[in-house]
Design a protein around this ligand. Structure first.
Ligand code: SF4
Length: 1016
């Protein structure tokens, strides 16, 4: 983007940027000021970038950011990139953008931790879109200059050059030459050394369709006597167009002209220059060609941005930010699931949308699928259309309107979009990635809410197959063998799946890790190595290779069948033909011929082959897997914690899995990846830059070590909320005088349960409006509720707050309804205006549960978050046990494999899981700059410095510790009073203050006391 020179305005003080660069990055591009002609070199990988000047230290804020004001619009020049930001950015937003742009410029990875409510999404969007725009402008400029140099060479070296070039294109040295496949036959090619077409004639042709979409060259010394074809260069550049070589040319002269645009042409000229100095080109121009030729791979395309987040709802929020708050407009798309977007009512009601859809699409029986291309060209989705930036809901309603499938349309639109939003399993899971057409090579990947990426990556690298799934594959294969279709190949798959099925159902497994409703045997084990097991169950490398060959033959056959069906369908669509009986019979036969393995079976086989690839003898990830055989009850334990007040179903007596008859068990073959690097390192190897962001990534170094990826820089941004607007405190002891220590051995003690209950009853009596309480598990939550019901503590709480409890199971709709009721009850308790109300609502929830992530409890929806215990993962869970052992093994350098990274030991990894969950819960209450709230830890372990240090930066800096709640009251009351006073000063009725700060000491909270709930 070129901007007129403007005076640089005074910018923020040094506090503008609150960055912590873990390492100074020596290869960051020098800053470009607005009045300096932008550097025309592309930003490329540091190892090939010729024009990067090393920096001795990270730039200061003043060096990094300049602001230019133009007719009231401010542009922030950050790391040389002009960023249009819709508001005055917070210092933390400037910090994030600066940090991110430096990573993007230098093609490195970065991690950014920034608390919720700090405007992270907007800063990330503006920074990455500004960078892409700037990259594109430079890219076009480079191409234009190179093309002009090539034309100049052609002019000075006569048209003989073209003939040589065409001949060279058939040489093996130019193996990647774009026209090799379609090299014109000599007879059709008049372009030769003695061709009589002149360059002027050539240039005069209408070549617009073979030219890349570029801006005019801006050379200071244009080549003499060259008339640039007007049609080729005068059209308005389309900023969204990817520059790709044209290959579909209609005349030899067009072919020749197109050659001027290839990196290979530059290389050809450089090769010629080795023997004979080219006429007409200066040394600088030769250097320019060399730069271009060497970096061609990096400038061929403009990176696409993949922006992944945890849920579809968060994807919608991002799209909304892009649409409403940023000035950037580019081709964007959203990837979503069939469940969300399917418009076929029958399929939607079926309960298995994916499977049903695959079947229908396979047989071309879904009308909206046949029409989905209608959506691609829909005017509303085009540039400046009403839905230029669209969300899944938009495309779904457009699909309904036009009877065209939004799911397939969205996928196709994503394949040509410049910015793609998706839930992050579309990026992490190799299978989903491939089927959704997500291409990471050379592109930028941003993963928001990345605190779950570690677990999600491990899950994506793992696979669990049930005996029932294996049986279905075996039955399908048997049918194909009986029909004589690819009998050998299907026989291979059938043999394997039957072997695995029989083995899983066998009774001689060395089960260990007994849990209440499951038992598990794990390999490798002392008596049997993993290789020996794989050999025993027909998964030896030799058999896997046969399986792979069989799979690829079957896959090819299915593709062929599908294209035949598609062809038939098209013929049917376009021809109305009368069919005699014989033809109908033929058609039936055709129908018969098109049977094949189901999409679900093929998907499982493909996943199995991928995992087996990681277990191959030459795989670097061979040691990162454990293979398990699990036998578990088909009936899941009753949901322990139905919402308080909900009727409890009588529990059946449960049996341990070993007592169960085979019909009541499900047997699972599991391949567990213990190293998230199994999938993440592949992503890192392909993507140009990875940006991980979240409110809760700390400790950042441990995250990098787990993912096995180098992050060249990290940032822990401060909260945008002033420290006056929140209070963080720890209470060490309960009213009984005992330590509040929510350890496993204590949580069943009635003293602990009563102490926690009394403290919460004390807090609800002074905290206005909404309140959240987090506990480590649903079972503890159920115990507390049961106890407080007996003691009357629950009634004491209900005097001030209506009580809600997060359900363990249930549908999303049910949970949404619960949330709506919670919010409604808070809104109802508040008089008109903004007055805080003492009577409100309290939600009891579980760390890592539904309430703890992704839900906004801003303002009066939550003024206090209370945390009980530390939510360590289940100590005896088999996967946790294996992961801890694995990390212990990998926590010391391996002498046989010096290149292998060292991991955190098992205990540290285990600790971090717990604290990340707490940090996530803490972030619920402060959601924007003017929000306020208190964070209370009813847990004595937070009196210890090392535990506080594991909390997010914005909390740990301000933690106060009190021995008892009585000591904490004064502090807390003063805090609530001051914040309420601020609200009053902002126009609220003063009488509210006296109402909401009552002395709650008069409440009798002893177990025998009965308090009447006034919850009106
Ligand atoms: S093709 Fe589209 S509309 Fe048809 S079943 Fe599949 S998702 Fe639904």
């Amino acid at each position: 983007m070129s901007l007129p020179p403007q005076p640089a305005l005074e910018v923020a003080p040094d506090a503008l940027i609150d960055t912590t660069l873990s390492e100074p990055k020596p290869d960051v591009k020098p800053e470009t000021t607005p009045d300096v002609k932008p550097d025309v070199k592309p930003d490329v990988k540091p190892d090939v970038k010729p024009d990067v000047k090393p920096e001795s230290a990270p730039p200061t804020a003043a060096q990094s950011i300049r602001v230019v004001e133009d007719f009231g619009h401010k542009t922030y020049f950050i790391s040389g990139v002009p960023v249009h930001f819709p508001f005055q950015p917070y210092p933390s937003q400037l910090g994030m953008m600066s940090h991110m742009l430096r990573a993007l410029n230098s093609a490195q990875n970065t991690m950014i931790e920034s608390p919720t409510g700090s405007g992270k999404s907007l800063a990330l969007l503006c920074a990455v879109l500004a960078w892409r725009q700037s990259f594109e402008a430079k890219h076009r400029l480079i191409l234009a200059n190179v093309q002009q140099t090539i034309r100049k060479y052609a002019e000075h070296n006569s048209m003989a050059f073209v003939g040589q070039l065409l001949t060279a294109s058939l040489d093996d040295d130019y193996a990647d030459f774009p026209f090799r496949r379609e090299a014109p036959k000599p007879a059709d090619t008049p372009m030769s050394a003695d061709s009589d077409i002149t360059l002027d004639e050539l240039m005069a042709e209408d070549l617009s369709h073979v030219m890349p979409d570029i801006e005019p060259a801006v050379k200071t010394d244009p080549a003499p006597n060259i008339t640039v074809g007007a049609t080729a260069f005068s059209h308005v550049p389309n900023p969204d167009a990817e520059v790709a070589p044209a290959t579909n040319l209609s005349s030899p002269s067009q072919l020749t002209m197109a050659l001027f645009y290839m990196p290979e042409t530059a290389q050809f000229i450089l090769d010629q220059a080795k023997t004979l100095p080219p006429q007409g080109l200066s040394a600088a121009e030769i250097d320019e060609l060399r730069d271009y030729s060497q970096n061609a791979a990096h400038v061929k395309t403009i990176p696409r941005i993949y922006f992944g987040t945890r849920t579809h709802k968060q994807v919608s929020q991002l799209v909304d930010e892009l649409r409403r708050k940023t000035p950037y407009r580019l081709r964007s798309a959203v990837l979503g699931s069939r469940t969300q977007t399917c418009i076929n009512r029958k399929v939607k009601k079926s309960g298995s949308v994916d499977e049903e859809c695959r079947k229908l699409v396979d047989d071309s029986l879904c009308a909206p699928h046949r029409a989905y291309r209608k959506l691609l060209a829909h005017q509303k989705l085009q540039r400046e259309g009403d839905l230029e930036i669209w969300d899944l809901e938009d495309i779904e309603s457009l699909g309904k309107e036009t009877h065209a499938c939004p799911y397939f349309a969205a996928r196709e639109l994503a394949s040509s979009a410049n910015l793609v939003f998706c839930p992050y399993n579309y990026i992490l899971d190799p299978g989903v990635r491939a089927s959704a057409g997500v291409e990471l090579e050379g592109n930028v990947v941003i993963l928001d809410e990345a605190h779950n990426v570690e677990n999600a990556a491990r899950d994506s690298g793992s696979l669990e197959l049930t005996d029932e799934q294996l049986n279905v594959i075996a039955i399908e294969c048997r049918m194909m063998v009986d029909r004589g279709t690819l009998a050998n190949e299907h026989q291979v798959v059938e043999t394997l799946t039957t072997t695995l099925f029989n083995w899983l159902r066998g009774s001689d497994h060395p089960y260990e890790y007994p849990e209440f409703d499951s038992q598990t045997a794990v390999w490798p084990r002392s008596e049997e190595s993993l290789d020996a097991l794989l050999e025993r169950i027909m998964l030896s490398p030799r058999f896997v290779s046969r399986l792979r060959s069989a799979y690829s033959v079957i896959e090819g056959y299915i593709k062929d069948v599908r294209s035949r069906k598609e062809r038939l369908r098209r013929e049917e669509d376009y021809q109305v033909v009368w069919k005699p009986n014989e033809e109908e019979e033929e058609e039936e036969e055709e129908e018969e011929d098109t049977r094949h393995l189901s999409a679900g079976s093929m998907r499982l086989l493909e996943q199995l082959l991928r995992v087996l690839g990681h277990l191959a003898p030459d795989s670097p990830f061979r040691q990162d897997y454990r293979v398990a055989c699990i036998r578990k009850s088909k009936f899941q334990p009753a949901q322990a914690d139905e919402a308080a007040g909900a009727k409890r179903r009588p529990r059946k007596r449960r049996k341990i899995a070993s007592d169960l008859p085979a019909s009541e068990c499900v047997n699972v073959l599991a391949f567990w990846a213990l190293n998230p690097g199994v999938v993440f390192s592949e992503i890192a190897a392909q993507a140009r830059t990875i940006v991980l962001t979240s409110g809760t990534l700390s400790p950042l170094d441990s995250y990098a070590s787990e993912l096995q990826v180098k992050f060249s820089s990290t940032l822990e941004a401060s909260h945008v909320i002033s420290s006056q607007r929140f209070r963080a405190l720890t209470v060490e002891c309960g009213s009984s005088g005992e330590l509040l220590e929510g350890k496993y051995k204590n949580v069943d003690l009635l003293t602990f349960q009563d102490d926690v209950g009394h403290a919460i009853a004390d807090i609800v009596a002074r905290s206005p409006d909404g309140m959240l309480v987090f506990v480590p598990s649903y079972s503890l939550l159920a115990k507390l509720m049961a106890r407080w019901q007996v003691t009357g503590c629950l009634s004491a709480i209900e005097v001030f707050k209506r009580v809600f409890v997060e359900p363990q199971g249930g549908s999303k709709d049910e949970f949404d309804r619960l949330l709506t009721t919670y919010r409604d009850s808070l809104a109802k308790n508040r008089p008109p205006g903004r007055q805080p109300a003492l009577r409100g609502a309290i939600m009891f929830a579980v760390y890592r549960g539904k309430v703890s992530e992704g839900i906004d409890f801003s303002d009066y929806f939550c003024r206090t978050v209370v945390n009980i215990g530390i939510p360590y993962p289940a100590f005896k869970d088999v996967k946790v046990v294996l992961k801890r052992q694995y990390n212990d093994d990998r926590s010391v350098p391996d002498r046989n494999n010096p290149g292998q990274g060292v991991l955190l030991n098992g205990s540290k990894w285990y600790d971090i899981q717990a604290f990340r969950a707490i940090n996530q819960a803490l972030g619920r209450c402060l959601r924007h700059k003017m929000d306020w709230g208190a964070i209370i830890m009813l847990e004595s372990r937070f009196a210890q410095r090392w535990n506080v240090e594991r909390l997010s930066k914005w909390v740990r800096q301000y933690m106060s510790v009190y021995r008892t709640f009585n000591e904490a009251k004064l502090d807390l009351d003063a805090f609530y009073r001051a914040r309420i006073q601020e609200d009053i000063d902002a126009g609220i009725d003063e009488s509210i203050v006296n109402e909401i700060l009552p002395a709650c000491d008069s409440l009798d909270l002893s177990p025998s006391a009965t308090v009447t709930a006034d919850n009106s």
